[in-house]
Design a protein around this ligand. Structure first.
Ligand code: NAI
Ligand code: 15L
Length: 267
């Protein structure tokens, strides 16, 4: 197999559960980790329950690893102190440990919420300015910048996946544009792990949907060709009428309802 050992963080989550089995095709050993319980280890797996905020634990996770798929962290808006530990400290710990162990490739789950304050009338590409739409989005901007630094300074390559909405099916009209099927998500991770010399790359994680806000031309070297489309759900979520409420920020901006949240306090 191409890899001796791959590390998957966030393996107990929605996307981690989708990817966990697929990684077995590509590596002799898959080390799966999460804060949450991970179930039984398969024959090819090492299961490690750990908190990404724990520096020593993350140091041990990166030992003898060829590449990392980093999905772990808080995946929605949350109080800053929680985001700080899971997404900011956690992602820093991951890169610091990757550097110490000489790990040279990371696939980082960024998010469309790093650019969610761009209006829906714009088409973005890899060079569009960051416009996070919430503190969660700000932590994804941090991960993109941190990985940029670790590439420029230490040559650790990262593909930042600005994932749209990756669920079984689109859940509303906005997700007709942002939908990424599980199959296309796995293919995007495959391209991100196997393409030679990715440097520091930004790619939008989105299927071949009828309406597009994101242009992946600048990431075409990854060879990612989505095979699915939200078109099959069009009857459930018909294209919004031209009279759509442009006064409503949740309709005006790409981040949807995330743009109308407010910073949260820990209870
Ligand atoms: P999820 O919330 O289902 O999974 C995230 C996993 O990270 C959870 O299992 C959680 O226990 C774990 N985690 C949280 N804090 C942790 C910590 N301190 N230490 C260790 N593990 C921790 O989210 P999902 O949908 O699987 O997303 C995976 C990644 O992709 C996330 O980073 C998310 O921000 C990103 N993403 C997902 C999108 C989607 O549509 N599914 C869209 C954009 C980004
Ligand atoms: C995200 O970043 C979240 O992780 C996911 O739960 C969805 O809300 C997705 O973005 C989205 O924008 O639909």
């Amino acid at each position: 197999k191409p890899f001796r050992r791959l590390l998957l963080t966030g393996a107990a989550g929605n996307l981690g559960r989708q990817l966990r089995g697929a990684l077995a095709q590509w590596a002799d050993i898959v080390r799966v980790t999460d804060l949450a319980p991970l179930g039984e280890a398969a024959a090819h797996e090492e299961v490690v329950q750990a908190n990404l905020a724990d520096r020593e634990a993350v140091y041990r996770l990166l030992q003898d690893v060829d590449a990392v798929v980093h999905l772990g962290g808080i995946s929605v808006e949350a109080p800053f102190d929680d985001l700080l530990e899971a997404n900011i400290r956690g992602t820093y710990n991951l890169y610091a440990a990757a550097h110490k162990h000489g790990v040279k490739r990371v696939v980082f789950a960024s998010s469309n919420h790093a650019i969610g304050f761009h209006p829906v009338t714009e088409v973005l590409d890899a060079d569009s300015p960051l416009r996070p739409d919430c503190l969660y989005g700000v932590t994804k901007c941090f991960g993109e910048s941190l990985s940029r630094y670790y590439f420029d300074r230490f040559g650790i390559e990262t593909v930042c996946l600005r994932i749209g909405s990756s669920f079984e099916e689109p859940r509303n009209a906005r997700m007709m544009v942002t939908y990424l099927s599980y199959r296309d998500f796995i293919e995007l991770v495959r391209c991100s792990l196997f393409t030679n010399r990715v440097g520091h790359a930004i790619v939008y994680g989105v299927s071949d949907n009828p309406m597009k806000w994101w242009d992946n031309t600048k990431a075409s070297f990854l060879g990612f060709r989505p095979r699915d489309s939200s078109q099959q759900f069009a009857e459930r979520f018909p294209p919004s009428a031209p009279t759509a409420d442009r006064e409503d920020p949740a309709q005006r901006f790409q981040g949807g309802a995330f743009v109308i949240g407010e910073p949260m306090e820990r209870k």
